[in-house]
Every structure is written in structure tokens, then in C-alpha cells.
Design a protein around this ligand. Structure first.
Ligand code: SF4
Length: 341
């Protein structure tokens, strides 16, 4: 045995463009985004607030809210040996995938739970809707087991609790149990700890890691927090102003960041793998995507910007095994490719 890990793709996003048609103008929120999520890995999308992480994640089940529209691209889902383009599916076909094969945990557990129903009912409802259980009675039984799995104490009692009777950490665990209830192939966790205090954050991240290990889940984790990236992910895509600017295995990204934006992001937070004396901020702000900067979208904030950066969009360059960067600084120092792994 070679010991090499076989990497089978689960999701391949290809050349994706998402625009929002607002009264103020067309917001070019996502342009030319491509990446692959492999079975069994935790893949991270990281970037500042407003860079388009959540919009990208929503394209995976084709739920971009109006006035947004996917204007170009493919989202290929490898479904039991078949390649399905999610963007071309009908609403009925998508209903079988959303919440069942691809589940979503949103940032704010309070927004995900209905205050009028006990949590057991809400977990059971997710399973009844998708035919995973035959009725609510069976659903309640499964809900107790799911609450136990996400380490909620006294699950027989808590299954009958209303959301307001639970702490923030417990509500997030309930939302995770709802996400897992139909045994999805991909779990999308969108900033799953940003509403929780630091100690509860650590518990929820531990729980997600343990569940992933036990169930062999594939996870797409969306975060702005490089600490969460370091702890949870195997590979990372860095998103800036609707473009992926770097993709790399997590250790490689922390040890050898290439893109000036990634370097800036890592200097702006305490880095768990290196010692930095002083934290720095990235000058300027995220651009208005109604009129995005020409050429490289990062050029107004980049200390290395040249005339070429202002004029021409940089190509994607493979700079190492599984390491890709979109920056003119690396032209001629790697192989230009159409898309990253
Ligand atoms: Fe900076 Fe130019 Fe690289 Fe963009 S392409 S990150 S402006 S050096």
C-alpha cells in the first residue's frame, strides 16, 4: 500500500459568476471562482466580511437570494457516481438535495430555530420532510439520539425544550444536530461559532471535528477567523472581493503564504504557527463591487501593486503541490492554470 490518500471530488465549482441586480447598480459579487471539495475533507473559505464567502456557499444548493443571480458557471455535485450540475436542477430536484444530502448550519442559531416549537419537533420535522423517518413519533426518538450525539446533557428532557430555554451553545448544538439529521454528504458550516463566547466556541469546534471524524463527513467551513482555519481545516481558499486569490493546504498557507492579501490577513491576527511581535492591519477597505477595481481587485490596498496590476487581471499560478495563487508577483515562477484543485 502506498499510503497515499485517494482524493475523490464531491463538489467542483467551475468558473462561477454571481451578480446582484440592485437599484444602485450591478454588484459583481463573485467572479471567476473555481475550487474543488474532496470527499472526507474540511475545506475552508476564508476572507473578510463582505468578500462573498456566504454567497459562494449558497450557490452549492442554488439558493442565492434575489436580487442575486448565478450568471455563469457550474457547480458539479458527484452524486453516487453521477455528475450533477446543481445550477441546472429544478426546484423539486433541489429539494431532495437541500437539507438532506447537503446540509447548512447558519451563523445565528436563534435565526435557524422557530421560537414557537420545541426543538425536538424541529429536528423531527427536518427528517419527516425528507422521508428519513416515517412520522414525528419516530422523529422524536431519533432527535433524542441526535441531541445525545451532540453532547447535550439530559436529551430526553431537552428535546421538549423551546429554543429560549437553551443557552446559545446548546442552541448551536441543536442546529448542528438538525444539519446531521438526514446524514448529509456535505455539511456547510457558515461561521458556526461567531455568535458564541470563546469557551463555547472551542467546544462547538471540538464537537464538529469529532462528528466529522466519526461520520466521515465532508465539511465546508466558512469563516473570517484564521484561528478557526488553523484548528479545523485541511485545505483553504482565500477569497478577496469575490475572487479566490490563494488555495493551499492549511500548513502550507500558514507557513508560506504567497498572496499579499493572505500575508496581510495573517499579520492581522495572532498566528498559532509563527511568532509575530506586532499585529498589523491591511490598509484601506474592501472595494465597492458595483465598480470593482480594474486588473487585480486587491491593487488599491497592495504594497506591491504595479501598473500591470492596475491594468490586467492576474492569472492563477501553481506555485507548489496543491498551492495556487492569483498574483502577478508569481508570473514566471510557476505554471499558469485555468483552475485550482
Ligand atoms: Fe498585489 Fe499586483 Fe499581486 Fe494584485 S497582482 S496582489 S496588486 S502584486
Amino acid at each position: 500500500m502506498s499510503g497515499e490518500v485517494q482524493r475523490e471530488p464531491l463538489i467542483e465549482v467551475e468558473n462561477l459568476y454571481v451578480y446582484f441586480y440592485t437599484y444602485a447598480g450591478v454588484v459583481k459579487a463573485i467572479e471567476d471562482v473555481s475550487f474543488t471539495i474532496y470527499k472526507g475533507e474540511t475545506f475552508c473559505l476564508v476572507g473578510e466580511t463582505g468578500c462573498g464567502k456566504t454567497v459562494v456557499s449558497r450557490t452549492l444548493t442554488n439558493i442565492v437570494p434575489p436580487p442575486g443571480r448565478i450568471v455563469k458557471g457550474k457547480v458539479i455535485y458527484h452524486r453516487d457516481g453521477e455528475e450533477v450540475n446543481i445550477i441546472k436542477l429544478s426546484e423539486e430536484e433541489l429539494r431532495n438535495i437541500r437539507g438532506r444530502e447537503i446540509a447548512y448550519i447558519i451563523q445565528d442559531p436563534s435565526a435557524a430555530l422557530d421560537p414557537l416549537y420545541v426543538v425536538g419537533y424541529q429536528i423531527a420535522e427536518t427528517m419527516v420532510d425528507h422521508g428519513t423517518v416515517k412520522d414525528f413519533k419516530e422523529g422524536f426518538g431519533r432527535a433524542v439520539r441526535l441531541l445525545k450525539e451532540v453532547l447535550i446533557p439530559d436529551p430526553e428532557r431537552r428535546v421538549k425544550a423551546y429554543p429560549h430555554e437553551l443557552s446559545g451553545g446548546m442552541r448551536q448544538r441543536v442546529v448542528i444536530s438538525m444539519g446531521l439529521s438526514n446524514e448529509p454528504k456535505l455539511l456547510i458550516a457558515d461561521e458556526p461559532t461567531s455568535y458564541l463566547d470563546v469557551t463555547v466556541q472551542a467546544q462547538v469546534l471540538d464537537l464538529l471535528r469529532e462528528l466529522k471524524r466519526k461520520k466521515g463527513l465532508t465539511v465546508l467551513l466558512i469563516t473570517h477567523d484564521m484561528g478557526v482555519v488553523a484548528e479545523m481545516c485541511e485545505r483553504v481558499a482565500v477569497l478577496y472581493a469575490g475572487n479566490i486569490v490563494e488555495v493551499a493546504p492549511v500548513d502550507e498557507l500558514f507557513k508560506r503564504p504567497k498572496h499579499p492579501y493572505t500575508v496581510g490577513l495573517l499579520r492581522a491576527v495572532p498566528n498559532p504557527l509563527t511568532e509575530i511581535e506586532k499585529l498589523e492591519s491591511i490598509p484601506g477597505t474592501v472595494p465597492n463591487l458595483i465598480k470593482p477595481p480594474s486588473g487585480c481587485r486587491f491593487h488599491p490596498r497592495c504594497p506591491h501593486a504595479t501598473e500591470k496590476c492596475r491594468r490586467e487581471k492576474p492569472p492563477l499560478i501553481r506555485v507548489g503541490p496543491s498551492h495556487y495563487v492569483r498574483c502577478w508577483l508569481y508570473a514566471g515562477r510557476g505554471e499558469e492554470v485555468a483552475k485550482s484543485e
